[in-house]
Each structure stands twice: as structure tokens, then as C-alpha cells.
Write a protein that binds this ligand. Structure first.
Ligand SMILES: N[C@@H](CCC(=O)N[C@@H](CS)C(=O)NCC(=O)O)C(=O)O
Length: 326
């Protein structure tokens, strides 16, 4: 196996100035319903690699579920522990919830990257969307994978899922606008706070994060979902960060000005509402989430002790909307 990224680089998260900078994803092609597409939509052709711990991969898992794509797009799940060689596959006996890689027979996700691109020199991230026919990675950027799942397979899904969209045309400007600041200050903001290795960047990103949470709290005090009465992609993208907030980011990433459970009643109500939608609870694996962060980032938590709290009970009280909100 050729390797241009030494295993030791995996745990080097922040730059010399103490700032964490997320890399730009490398594989940016798209599956499309067009017959002459480079990657045409076909049942059984594409395979999704995820971690149940990762908030970015979690988005793709949710949209795969809500769009009824489980029988159309296969799934492999890495173990929660990310060691010096990155994400590793494990049998469900070894790690409940994980799988082996039945498609490429890889031990580590990095092998899938090298199979697609022998000279690959960036980070070995999940999610990854793999094309079994062309034997390559189509895309490793979650925000783009969820857009493909949203529409590209519509001719193949069961009729009840056809036409469901989390990115409706008349709301795209609003969705793009809200995604932008929520990505920067919340989704990525928790990482910028937690991976900072200097006081200044930590405080700056942590304060910006809580300013955004206050802003979201206000929005959700006036609206059922981020953009009104309809659940969109913006809600799904935020949900995967919020569900990890109290159990992980509050402690492990030092995002501790407030907690969702006690400081943000409207965000909590909204989190429960999203969690209680059919199919969502099954995508949330608190065991993988907590163990991943607390045991993999040994630069932050060298003892690898995992705290007990799982965050607020999201299954109760029941706040499920009367009719499907999307
Ligand atoms: N922009 C990517 C980010 C994905 C990402 O950073 N995934 C993390 C897990 S939460 C990862 O795999 N990190 C491994 C590494 O950086 O070595 C996306 O949204 O798909």
C-alpha cells in the first residue's frame, strides 16, 4: 500500500498557531439520474462508508434512511475507535454496530482511498461514497452526498419516498444562507473550539458558537423548524451536531458556556421532534459517539475514560408532529 500521509499525521489536528482548519474534501463527483452521467443512478451500484460517531457521516445516514435508500445504497460502518491508521472496520461481534468491509475487504478506510487514488495525500475521512462498478470514490463530502441522495435515486425508490425533498427549490436561498453560518460557527465551530491548542482561538470560536446557539434558540422559539413549519436539510445538518452536544462537545470540546438540556428549551424541543421522526432514532448510536471522541482524541483525553452522561432523553416526552413535516 502506498502512503504519502504518515500515520502519525492523523492525530495532528491543529496548525502551529493553535487553530484547527478543516481540509477541503477531494472527491467531488456526483451521482445523477441523467442516463449519460459519469455516475448514473443504479440500484446496488454505490456503497456508503460511515462512522456512527461522525456528525458529517451521520447526515448521509439520515438522508439515506428518510429517502428509503437502504436497499439501493449499501452500507459499511467503521469502529468507533480512530487510531494511528485512521478508521478501522470491525465485525459486529467485536464492536456492536460496526461492520467489516464486504465490498473492498479493507482493514482501514485509508485502503479504500488508496484504491481510488494511489497518490492520495489528504485525510482519510468518512463519509465516503464508493462506486462498485468504476471501483472509485464518487464523493467524500457529506453536504454533496446528501444532495445526491435527496434526488438522484428518485426513479428507483419506493413510490412513498419519490419526490420527498429536503432541499425544495423555493427554499434554496434560505437553506444555503442558514447552512453557511451554522456550518462555520456550530457544525465546525465545536471542532474549532475543541481542537484549538491556544487560549485565544478557543475563546473566539467558543463564544461565536454560543452566539449562534442563542440565535438558533430564538429562531426555534418562533418556528417549529429552522425555516418554518417544514423540516429541511438545514435541520438535518444541525441535528447531528446538537445530538452530540451535551454528551460530548460540552465536556470533551470545552463548549461549556451552557448545555442544550438546561440552557436551550426550544433547541431541546426541536431536537426531540427531529429524533422522534420515523427512522431517525436508529441512526443515533451514543456508544459509538461517546467512545469515539473520548477514546480517539488522546491529545485531549489521555486517560480515554468515557463520561457517563448521554445527554437529555430525546424519546420523551413525545413531541412528534401530527403529520410528516417534509
Ligand atoms: N467535509 C467532510 C468532513 C468529514 C470529516 O471530517 N470526517 C471526520 C470524522 S467526524 C474524519 O473522518 N476524520 C478523519 C481524519 O481527519 O483523519 C464532510 O463533511 O464530509
Amino acid at each position: 500500500m502506498s502512503s504519502t500521509t504518515a500515520p502519525s499525521d492523523i492525530t495532528k489536528w491543529s496548525s502551529t498557531d493553535g487553530e484547527f482548519r478543516r481540509q477541503v474534501s477531494s472527491f467531488r463527483s456526483a451521482v445523477s439520474s441523467a442516463a449519460d452521467a459519469e455516475f448514473p443512478a443504479e440500484a446496488g451500484r454505490y456503497h456508503l462508508y460511515v462512522s456512527l460517531a461522525c456528525p458529517w457521516a451521520h447526515r448521509t445516514l439520515i438522508v439515506r434512511q428518510l429517502k428509503g435508500l437502504q436497499n439501493i445504497i449499501g452500507l459499511s460502518v467503521v469502529s468507533y475507535l480512530m487510531g494511528p491508521n485512521g478508521w478501522k472496520f470491525a465485525s459486529p461481534d467485536e464492536v456492536p454496530g460496526a461492520t467489516l468491509d464486504e465490498i473492498n475487504g479493507a482493514e482501514y478506510i485509508r485502503e479504500v482511498y488508496f484504491k481510488a487514488e494511489p497518490n492520495y495525500a489528504a485525510r482519510f475521512t468518512v463519509p465516503v461514497l464508493w462506486d462498485k462498478k468504476k471501483q472509485t470514490i464518487v464523493n467524500n463530502e457529506s453536504s454533496e452526498i446528501i444532495r445526491m441522495f435527496n434526488t438522484a435515486f428518485d426513479d428507483l425508490v419506493e413510490p412513498e419516498y419519490r419526490g420527498i425533498t429536503f432541499y425544495p427549490e423555493d427554499m434554496r436561498t434560505q437553506i444555503d444562507e442558514i447552512n453557511e453560518w451554522i456550518y462555520d460557527t456550530v457544525n465546525n465551530g465545536v471542532y474549532k473550539s475543541g481542537f484549538a491548542t491556544a487560549q485565544g482561538p478557543y475563546e473566539r470560536h467558543c463564544r461565536a458558537l454560543f452566539e449562534s446557539l442563542d440565535r438558533i434558540e430564538k429562531i426555534l422559539s418562533e418556528n417549529e423548524f429552522l425555516l418554518g413549519s417544514r423540516l429541511t436539510e438545514a435541520d438535518l445538518r444541525l441535528f447531528t451536531t446538537i445530538v452530540r452536544f451535551d454528551p460530548v462537545y460540552h465536556g470533551h470540546f470545552k463548549c461549556n458556556i451552557k448545555q442544550i438540556a438546561t440552557g436551550y428549551p426550544n433547541i431541546l424541543r426541536w431536537t426531540r421532534e427531529v429524533y422522534q421522526l420515523p427512522g431517525i432514532a436508529g441512526t443515533v448510536n451514543m456508544e459509538h459517539i461517546k467512545k469515539h471522541y473520548y477514546m480517539s482524541h488522546t491529545q485531549i483525553n489521555p486517560t480515554q475514560v468515557v463520561p457517563l452522561n448521554n445527554g437529555p432523553d430525546l424519546s420523551s416526552p413525545e413531541v412528534r408532529p401530527a403529520k410528516r413535516p417534509y
